[in-house]
Design a protein. Structure first.
Length: 480
């Protein structure tokens, strides 16, 4: 506080000194040479202007009065007295005093207007910068602290504290300098942070004397800044609610799709299993060995299908929870392909299979069980969409030290705008009437991503689609 008082005292003494020293200096210059009848008044007017520029209106008026006395005492006959012998000199002195007073006042006010305009321009720049900063990015405690720093710098505050009632994590306190023991006499102002009719918090500011008084312009600026911060806080709240609503909608969609999948896709194998077991258990129906074998094969096939559906649902749940754990082994990928093709031999029998596996493929660090499932899902997807007798091509080549796998079919193809959507759980194309849970490609994507690879869909010449996987060689789990 003492430093501020000393600073204010220096400003006042500077204004007083300018009001006295500048006319005295002009007097000395005028007395040093013969400047004619118009030289001294002109120099005194210049002194008044300079004093007004240094100390404001008061300093300009003081310089006008001192200049009036100096012009009378040193340059108006009789000299060295304050008496005036000629009426025209009286008129001249009065006109000088009036002109000097007007010049000093107008010039000081012009400077004050310029300073006010510069301040308003600075405030507008501050508002624009803070609006861009607060509304163009996610609001955080750091951005609120930057906001407080900018406000404190603009208004020369000792303390600027933002308290957000509903979200204390956004609250921030800025103290530009350490308060001294004598600085307790501070002007305090609490500005509500509002959005519409809702009060979201408070902006607490302090400034110590003698520059502590908050002007009307300061009040208006602080209210505008608090309103801007209120908009940013309200926007953050609405964004949070919107994200929560989207998440709830996604959960609802998944639940609805899962229910639809359970009621449709799960019911089919269960019905087949029940029919087969019922037929075998019915003692009133005589079945030959061939018929019994056929029913048993149906039961086994549908049981495997039901098992894959349940595994896909469980794996999707683990993928959504980020709980996919890979147990990597250095595996020749052609072994994975051959294992999958052997297991799906019956499903692939109605189609013309073309397997193109390059020799000397690099072994890759993968979880063979999970990669087996991912590749099985992709091939089953091709089987589901291929016409009977159509060609299914499986090509495995090297790729930048890793593996490039391409599974193509001759089905109806996938429109370009849907090629990303097919990896969403339960997604089924608008024109796709074939049975399926819509989980296979979603599981494959999760497995490939867990191995650091990429998967996408692309078109093929003619009709059909191809699912492409790129897998890096990788490294064993726990490797540095």
């Amino acid at each position: 506080m003492q430093r501020r008082v000393l600073r204010s005292t220096k400003i006042r003494w500077r204004a007083v000194g300018a009001a006295i020293a500048l006319p005295v200096l002009v007097t000395a210059i005028a007395l040093a040479g013969d400047l004619g009848p118009f030289g001294p008044p002109s120099l005194y007017l210049l002194a008044v202007v300079a004093a007004a520029a240094v100390g404001g209106v008061g300093s300009g008026l003081g310089a006008a009065l001192v200049s009036f006395v100096g012009l009378n005492f040193y340059f108006t006959t009789p000299l060295h007295t304050l008496r005036v012998s000629k009426p025209q000199d009286v008129v001249a002195l009065v006109v000088f005093l009036v002109v000097a007073t007007m010049v000093g006042t107008l010039f000081a006010r012009a400077l004050a207007e310029r300073e006010r305009a510069e301040r308003q321009e600075g405030e507008l720049r501050l508002l624009n910068r803070l609006a861009t900063r607060l509304l163009s990015s996610a609001l955080s405690a750091a951005s609120v602290k930057e906001f407080g720093q900018a406000v404190a710098d603009q208004l020369r505050l000792d303390i600027c504290a933002v308290e957000v009632t509903d979200d204390p994590g956004l609250s921030a306190t800025l103290e530009p300098r350490l308060m001294e023991a004598e600085d307790h006499m501070a002007v305090v102002l609490d500005v509500p942070i509002e959005s519409g009719a809702v009060t979201l918090g408070t902006m607490h500011v302090e400034r110590t004397p003698v520059t502590a008084v908050f002007t009307v312009a300061d009040h208006h600026l602080l209210q505008a800044l608090a309103g801007l911060l209120g908009l940013a806080i309200e926007r953050r709240r609405l964004d949070t609610e919107a994200r929560a609503a989207r998440s709830d909608a996604e959960v609802s969609d998944i639940r609805a799709a899962l229910f639809s999948s359970v009621t449709h896709d799960f019911r089919t194998p269960l019905a087949s299993i029940k029919a087969g077991v019922t037929g075998l258990a019915n003692a009133n129906v005589a079945l030959g060995p061939g018929q019994q074998a056929e029913l048993l094969a149906t039961v086994v096939e549908e049981t495997d299908r039901l098992t894959r559906l349940v595994d896909n649902v469980l794996n999707l749940a683990r993928a959504r929870a980020g709980d996919i754990v890979v147990e990597k082994e250095l595996t020749p990928f052609d072994d994975v392909v051959e294992t999958v093709l052997a297991r799906l031999r019956a499903a692939l029998a109605p189609f013309h299979l073309v397997a193109q596996i390059r020799d000397e493929l690099p072994a890759v660090w993968v979880d063979p069980v999970q990669m087996d499932q991912a590749l099985s899902n992709i091939i089953e997807n091709a089987v589901r969409h291929s016409p009977t007798g159509g060609e299914i091509t499986i090509a495995v080549t090297g790729w930048q030290g890793g593996i490039h796998v391409r599974v193509a079919d001759q089905g109806p193809g996938i429109p370009e705008e849907e090629r990303r959507l097919v990896f969403e759980p339960f997604y089924r194309g608008h024109s796709d009437a074939r049975p399926g849970s819509g989980l296979g490609l979603a599981i494959a994507q999760a497995v490939v991503a867990a191995h650091g690879g990429k998967i996408w869909v692309e078109g093929v010449p003619g009709t059909g689609a191809a699912v492409v996987i790129e897998l890096p060689v990788g490294e064993p789990m726990g490797a540095p």
